[in-house]
Design a protein. Structure first.
Length: 227
């Protein structure tokens, strides 16, 4: 398989959490049209679980993410992606590296719009939900989210997933939360947190399911192969 231009080198800001980054990399490889090993992209990955480890969490992660982006750029990356929804709070700090960022949240919105959906359910943490609401409003999409008590249940489940609990109970709880969004009128459900697709799949839902991680992987491949 020959390309008119050599593919761009992708830099991935990861570690938020580590399992979600590995899921993104697997989906990136699966999304790449490759007849042989050499057709795959060159990918530089910084898995840095410490970036949001301080008291400020993701709110204070801007300088760390900016440093990761600059490091990936200096190592040869030409395009960046962040394998975490909440870290997009600091998308501008990452773009300050001078490299283009394939925006995960914008990508999920484009995928939802491709389904002609007007009401889209989002499973995600509070900061990411605010980013989704803003992105969706620009795309004439209404974001449907969990009630406060359901969101508490979602956050508890998320921490269990981050600790490696990917068993039937976690899958069942996540599916039940997704069904609540459908009950509120969601025509499509978006995995707006990179841990969600670790326990939820299209087969679990009666409406279309958008795995934002997978959508990001596909778009990264397209951008890098444009050369």
């Amino acid at each position: 398989m020959t390309h008119a231009h050599p593919p761009k080198v992708l830099g991935v800001l990861g570690g938020m959490g580590p399992a979600a980054t590995l899921d993104f990399l697997a989906k990136l490889q699966a999304a790449t049209p490759a007849a042989r090993e050499q057709d795959h992209l060159r990918v530089l990955v910084d898995i840095n679980p410490q970036v949001a480890a301080g008291d400020g969490g993701y709110e204070a992660a801007g300088p760390g993410l900016a440093a990761m982006a600059a490091g990936l750029r200096d190592a040869g990356a030409q395009v960046l992606a962040i394998a975490c929804n909440t870290a997009h709070l600091h998308a501008d700090a990452v773009r300050a590296s001078g490299l283009p960022l394939v925006d995960l949240i914008e990508t999920a919105g484009l995928a939802a719009r491709a389904q002609s959906a007007e009401r889209v359910g989002v499973l995600g943490v509070g900061e990411a939900l605010a980013l989704y609401r803003r992105a969706f409003s620009h795309q004439a999409i209404e974001a449907v989210t969990l009630d406060d008590h359901e969101q508490v249940e979602f956050m508890a489940l998320l921490y269990r997933i981050k600790h490696g609990d990917l068993g039937p109970a976690s899958r069942q709880t996540m599916a039940a939360l997704a069904h609540r969004l459908v009950g509120k009128g969601a025509q499509v459900v978006v995995a707006g947190c990179t841990e969600v697709p670790l326990v939820l799949a299209a087969a679990d839902l009666a409406v279309p399911f958008i795995d934002a991680t997978e959508a990001l992987a596909r778009r990264c491949v397209a951008v890098c192969l444009e050369g």
